[in-house]
Structure formats: structure tokens, C-alpha cells
Design a protein around this ligand. Structure first.
Ligand code: PLP
Length: 409
């Protein structure tokens, strides 16, 4: 006999877990927990602490110097010239064409601007959108840790499960046997980040070949976060997933203009992926932000075609070298100079045996220099007693930070 009335209602509430449905809002506990991260990100925490203690902020990854005046001029011009309404969903065609021409010039790659490039409001958004376009509840995603903090919440928000694999500290290289062991029939994706935040390491061609060997004959998708692709030092080369013909067919490659033109606050980036992947990506994107800040797209189109500033890797390598030479005066351990990115990892075992969170807070409060501890980049909060310095700063900022740190000696 079919259930009716109260019995039906009770069963429905139980089955669909709707007990809370008609309750008044009762604090945060009322809302569904979409991911496992708690509180605010470590970047927000450390930047707030830096402000509170008037510390020099070498924690969050952003430049403290001005952008190229040509770029700010182009942004203002675009707004003044009336380019202030919605841009096309996939991004301004001239910007996508300029990105394709730039990849042809720098990598010799042919990329179809119409069907393979989508402009996004930042790389973080593009990573989320890529995950959302492929993941279903129950899928597994391999994350190499330490990892940029949005990856895990983004995977979990899609109902998928994170399978963490630790990189070998302090060099942050991949242990391929561990990756192989982590792959199961449920593995849907692997997220890669090179040059690496926070580790400063970069992948070589052999790494990509190893990955290709593991995913061959599977339907595993690669999400390749390459936001620091133009920040590689000492004459080394960034290998993009797009340069690996076999992997390119199964990959979303993600970039950020913020890291190339020192305008992280503009939050604008792009995703390059094969046509079918791009279609799936846009199917989500068109109902999230739909489109991206129009004047910024015009300004970036201009700068991509008229850039006269020195290459950003040269600017940033000078900063890394300057920072490393200053750091010789204080007892941090530099295991390896950063090969890429904005970041230098350092050990502090000659200064303190505090856990890394406490050490970073102590350094901010007592010595006026904010850094980022590494344990929040691991899902199990593994503490290797390492901290991350951001050297994408003015020379005087780095000088003043190290002056303050000299008091540690
Ligand atoms: C590894 C990594 N991916 C993505 C991003 C975010 O880029 P965007 O600001 O364009 O979202 C960052 C920013 O710090 C990063 O370090």
C-alpha cells in the first residue's frame, strides 16, 4: 500500500535529509559543509597578522611594485573609450588571438583561439571550472602536496575525493612510484603545478613522460596549473603540458596574467584545452561568471602586442638572487634556490624548534617579518619545519625584511 500523509512526509524528510529545511537560520552550523577546509586561508591569516604587527609582508604572493605604466594607461584608455560592457563569453577575440600568437612565439605551438582558449576571471576560477566540468560525486583526484590551497576545496565542492600524494621535501620533486600507487579505477584527474607554489621546483620533460606513461590507456584528465610559467630562472625552461602532444589531448592548461604583468589584483587568466574540453569548460563558465572585465581584456590585448618591458623572469630572478645573497647573513637554511615562481623555501632549524605555524607567527609578531608556514599546504598538516618567503618585492622591502631578521643572529 502506498505511503500517505505524515508517514510519507517523515520518510521523505529522512531519505533526503531535509530535517533542517524549515528551521530558522542558526549560525554557520545550519549551512552545508561543502569542503574540509576550516576558517580563513593561511594567506589571509598571515597578511592580517602582518598588518596588525606592522610587519613586512613576505607572506602572500603578490608584487609590491607598480605595474608597467603602458598597462595602466591601456586600462584607463579602454574605460575612457567606452569598452565597459560585457565582453563575449569566451573572451575578447583579439585577446585570444594575442594569446595564441604569444604561445606560437614562445613555445612554437599552434593553438586555436576560437576553440581552445577561454579567458577567465583568474586562474583559481579556471581551476574550479575545469574540475566542475569533469568531476562527478565519487571521482578521485590526485593532488601532489604541498599544494596551492584552492585545489582541495574545489575538488570537494564537486563531491569528489582528494587523494593526496606528498612531494619529497625539501626539493619538492615527484616520487612516481607514489603517484602510480595512488591511481585507482576511480581516478578522474591529476592536478599538476609547475613552477611550483610553494616549493619553487619545476618539472622537466622526463616528469611529463612519466606522467604520460601512467595515464596512458586511462581516461584520467590532467589539470595543469602553470601560472608561473614565465617565472623560471637560471636559463632553465618551463615545460608546458601543451608541449607534450599525448598529454595535451587530455589536459586543461591554466594561466594567470596577474603573474606575468604583476597585476594579481586584476584577477584575469585563461584556460587552454582541446576543443571538446573547452566546450565542456565553457558549459560551466557561461553560468558562473559568464564573462570577464572588458577594459582589462583590452589592456592585456594591447600589452601582449606592444610589451617593451624587460622579461618578467629576468626581473624576478634579480629579486631572487638579491634575496638569496641577503639571506646569507641570517641562519635560515636554503636547501635549493627556487628554480621558478615567486617563492623561496627556507628551513629554520638553526633558529627554533617551534612548529612552523607558531614559528611564522612568532617571526611576524616579534621580528616584524611575515612569511607562510608550509604545513597548511598539506591535507595532513605535515610539518617539515619550513617556511615560504615571497621575493616578488621591491629591493628596499627585501632589504628591510632582512635587516629585521638580522636581529635573530
Ligand atoms: C599555484 C597557483 N595557482 C593559481 C593561483 C591563482 O592565480 P589567480 O590570481 O589568477 O587566480 C596562484 C596565486 O597565488 C598560485 O600560486
Amino acid at each position: 500500500m502506498p505511503l500517505e500523509g505524515k508517514a510519507f512526509r517523515d520518510l521523505r524528510l529522512k531519505l533526503f535529509n531535509l530535517e533542517n529545511k524549515n528551521k530558522p537560520l542558526q549560525g554557520l552550523g545550519y549551512f552545508p559543509q561543502k569542503h574540509s577546509a576550516t576558517g580563513t586561508t593561511i594567506f589571509t591569516v598571515m597578511s592580517a597578522l602582518a598588518q596588525q604587527y606592522n610587519a613586512i609582508n613576505l607572506s602572500q604572493g603578490f608584487p609590491d611594485f607598480h605595474i608597467d605604466p603602458q598597462l595602466s594607461q591601456a586600462l584607463g584608455d579602454a574605460a575612457r573609450n567606452g569598452f565597459n560592457q560585457y565582453a563575449p563569453m569566451a573572451g575578447l577575440p583579439p585577446l585570444r588571438q594575442a594569446v595564441a600568437a604569444n604561445f606560437k612565439k614562445r613555445y612554437g605551438l599552434d593553438i586555436d583561439p576560437e576553440n581552445e582558449i577561454t579567458i577567465t576571471p583568474g586562474a583559481t576560477y579556471a581551476i574550479y571550472t575545469a574540475f566542475t566540468s569533469i568531476l562527478q560525486a565519487g571521482d578521485e583526484v590526485i593532488v601532489l602536496e604541498p599544494a596551492y590551497d584552492s585545489y582541495i576545496p574545489n575538488i570537494e565542492m564537486n563531491g569528489a575525493k582528494v587523494v593526496p600524494v606528498a612531494l619529497t621535501a625539501p626539493g619538492f620533486h615527484v616520487d612516481w612510484n607514489k603517484v602510480k600507487d595512488a591511481i585507482t579505477p576511480l581516478t578522474k584527474a591529476i592536478i599538476i603545478n609547475t613552477p611550483h607554489n610553494p616549493g619553487g621546483s619545476i618539472w622537466n620533460k622526463k616528469d611529463w613522460d612519466e606522467l604520460a606513461g601512467l595515464v596512458r590507456d586511462t581516461d584520467i584528465v590532467i589539470v595543469s596549473d602553470e601560472v608561473y610559467e614565465q617565472l623560471v630562472f637560471d636559463g632553465m625552461k618551463h615545460y608546458s603540458v601543451l608541449e607534450h602532444p599525448e598529454l595535451r589531448q587530455r589536459s586543461f592548461a591554466i594561466y594567470s596574467f596577474g603573474k606575468v604583468y604583476n597585476c594579481t589584483g586584476w584577477k584575469i587568466g585563461y584556460c587552454i584545452a582541446p576543443p571538446a574540453f573547452t566546450q565542456a569548460f565553457r558549459r560551466i563558465h557561461q553560468f558562473l561568471s559568464f564573462t570577464v572585465n572588458t577594459p582589462a581584456q583590452h589592456a592585456l590585448t594591447y600589452i601582449l602586442s606592444n610589451d617593451t618591458a624587460p622579461a618578467i623572469h629576468e626581473v624576478m630572478q634579480k629579486k631572487r638572487d638579491h634575496f638569496l645573497s641577503l639571506m646569507k647573513q641570517i641562519p635560515f637554511t636554503i636547501y635549493e634556490p627556487a628554480k621558478g615562481s615567486y617563492f623561496q623555501i627556507a628551513g629554520y632549524e638553526r633558529i627554533s624548534d617551534l612548529p612552523d605555524m607558531e614559528f611564522a607567527q612568532w617571526l611576524t609578531k616579534e621580528h616584524g617579518v611575515a612569511t607562510i608556514p608550509l604545513s597548511p599546504f598539506y591535507s595532513n598538516k605535515k610539518d617539515d619545519k619550513l617556511i615560504r618567503f615571497c621575493f616578488a618585492k621591491k629591493e628596499e622591502t627585501l632589504n628591510e625584511a632582512v635587516e629585521r631578521l638580522k636581529r635573530l643572529v
